[in-house]
Design a protein around this ligand. Sequence first.
Ligand SMILES: C[S@@+](CC[C@H](N)C(=O)[O-])C[C@H]1O[C@@H](n2cnc3c(N)ncnc32)[C@H](O)[C@@H]1O
Length: 346
Amino acid sequence: MPTLHWLTRDEDVRAAAKTPTRLLEEAPELGYGDRDAGNMLIQGDNLEALKALLPYYAGQVKCIYIDPPYNTGSAFEHYDDNLEHSMWLAMMWPRLELLRGLLSEDGSIWVSIDDREGHYLKIIVDEIFGRSNFLTSVIWQKIYTIKNSAKHFSDMHDFMLCFAKDSEHLKCNDLPRSTKQDNAYKNPDNDPRGPWKATPIQARNYYSKGEYKIETPSGRVIEGPPSGTYWRIAKEKFIDLDKDNRVWWGKDGNNIPAQKRFLSEVTTGVVPTSLWLHQDVGHNAEAKNEVREVFRDVNQTFLTPKPERLIERIFQIATNPGDLVLDSFLGSGTTAAVAQKMGRRY
Ligand SMILES: C[S@@+](CC[C@H](N)C(=O)[O-])C[C@H]1O[C@@H](n2cnc3c(N)ncnc32)[C@H](O)[C@@H]1O
């Protein structure tokens, strides 16, 4: 498998093992809420913190979200984001290795990043997690306005690399159906079973029983499925569906038939996609507003937060209530806040 090389690589791949295991020290004066809930906010370098967590939480974390510095060359109020490229990789490697050790066999890790380091990052995560455990890189529309002063392209998205600890064991949850999706179901023939959506009965996949003549209610004979396709349903099943008024022939009874799928019979949610739009999961400006709301009395609020809806979407897909989640680049605390609201342990 091709791998990425940089000057200090040999040293960096040994860094996690060489990091001493230190004990976490409780600061009760900073504690809040139920101590036995087990939730933790840890202050310090995350390399040492992750190493300290390992003896207690190895293999137990269901979902890790991280939003490391993107290495944009900026000096933000709360942290520097300007490492030489190799140093950035050197920073990421041992942390990713420790994070992998913390993940459960059915767990997943989601890493926010942009084009500056993203492709280099993908190669090292491939190496640490295994290429077969790469699931997708989600495109997140972080900005919805075009910046006309941009030199070449107006940057509107980040991406999130999503890896399973073991893709054979990971089960992603479907997402709840949206009103917009439900509104696609109509009831033009006043079917007492309620709104339905017409879905084609032909498909490209070969089906041995998928070639037969059909006569429409208007008397037109359809010689067979459209060229290059097969009916998806055998003739007997098609006749049964039609008897049960589950076939739609168009208003005049003359169209190629389609199957009526009733909203009342749709039990599943929607499978997650790799394109996340700002309307659905928030955007940068929304995230900044959320932080401003929480830290009203603080002069300089955190500049690079993620919106809560983005993290919520990740947890909807990758976790269930009560699961343990982790973010080792916590920033303003969005991941912990969302975990708290969604009943995940953190
Ligand atoms: C991009 S921000 C994360 C923002 C966060 N997702 C939010 O919603 O607010 C990156 C954070 O990682 C922290 N960070 C960078 N290097 C770190 C390290 N070695 N140990 C712990 N935190 C680190 C920075 O201080 C910053 O708060």
